[in-house]
Design a protein. Structure first.
Length: 301
């Protein structure tokens, strides 16, 4: 354990470990991705997919090692039993920080298949890692404003088409599909701007989950509803690198997918859309109450 070192030095060391790990893992990943592009045959695709999955897990596992080496984070985890590596899941969580992604990967690595995150289109330009996300088949979504869609109605449904194309790649293999329902990180400013009815959450956006259920609902075993709480306050990524995230609380709840929500068109079925939004809002009300309980159970230190 190197937690005795000054925090800035730990941050520098962690940054180097992260960079080296990314370069070491991305190099073979890109080589395999080239073979995948050049050999569009099912047997070859299965081999390249397996290789990339193992590389992905190795990257997450190595990150887990330097996180353990440089910090004394106390992990408070509930409800993780019962998840199966050989099944497909739709995973969602509240979103407070970029640290959330590292937390989810840390806890779920090798318990379910590596998570495929829905990402903003702009993130594909992140050096090295953006290309890695693309090679691993992460869905990149381009969001359009209502005003833009009014002028360009042909773009309506583009996200659904992207989701279907992405999910089609996972039709015959277990996968972990992840979506932040809030769509963005929680801040007090965004919370006030939205006039969110929740104390600890932004308003949920049901479309992303509905699109996945439309595209591959019958393949999914369940929805894994994750609630993350940081007793020390929302950390920044530098806090994680410096080993300053002392406590992380992660609560998992496995939810059965209601049969009436599978294979329905969210954009073209108003009754289904209303019912699905009501269901998601209820989940968010329950999550907000749970976060209130977690704040009391694990107060700021």
């Amino acid at each position: 354990m190197l937690d005795f070192l000054p925090a800035p030095l730990r941050g520098v060391i962690a940054s180097l470990f992260l960079a080296i790990n990314t370069i070491v893992c991305c190099t073979p990943l890109f080589v395999v991705a080239i073979f995948k592009l050049c050999l569009p045959f099912k047997p070859a695709q299965r081999v390249t997919d397996e290789l990339m999955r193992h590389i992905h897990q190795a990257w997450v596992g190595n990150n887990k090692r330097w996180m353990d080496l440089l910090s004394k984070t106390r992990w408070h985890i509930k409800g993780l039993d019962g998840l199966d590596y050989e099944h497909s899941y739709l995973v969602t969580s509240n979103h407070q920080s970029w640290v959330d992604i590292m937390v989810l990967q840390y806890v779920l690595n090798k318990r379910i298949r590596p998570l495929k995150f829905f990402l903003k289109q702009e993130l594909i330009w992140v050096p090295v890692i953006g290309l890695a996300w693309w090679a691993l088949g992460f869905p990149f979504m381009k969001r359009y404003s209502k005003a833009y869609l009014a002028k360009h109605p042909e773009k309506k449904g583009a996200d659904l088409a992207t989701t279907r194309r992405t999910c089609a790649k996972f039709k015959n293999q277990p996968v972990g599909i992840f979506n932040f329902v809030e769509g963005t990180r929680f801040t007090e400013g965004k919370h006030a701007e939205q006039q969110s009815p929740f104390r600890y959450l932004l308003k949920p956006k049901a479309g992303g989950i509905a699109f996945v259920l439309d595209a591959m609902g019958e393949q999914l075993k369940s929805i894994v509803n994750v609630t993350i709480h940081y007793p020390g306050g929302r950390p920044g990524y530098w806090d994680l690198l410096c080993g300053n995230v002392r406590d992380v609380v992660v609560v998992f709840e496995e939810l059965e997918i209601p049969a009436e929500f599978i294979g329905k068109n969210y954009d073209q079925d108003p009754a289904y859309k209303l019912a699905f939004q009501s269901w998601i809002n209820q989940l968010w009300e329950d999550k907000d109450r749970l976060l209130g309980e977690l704040h009391r159970q694990y107060p700021a230190q």
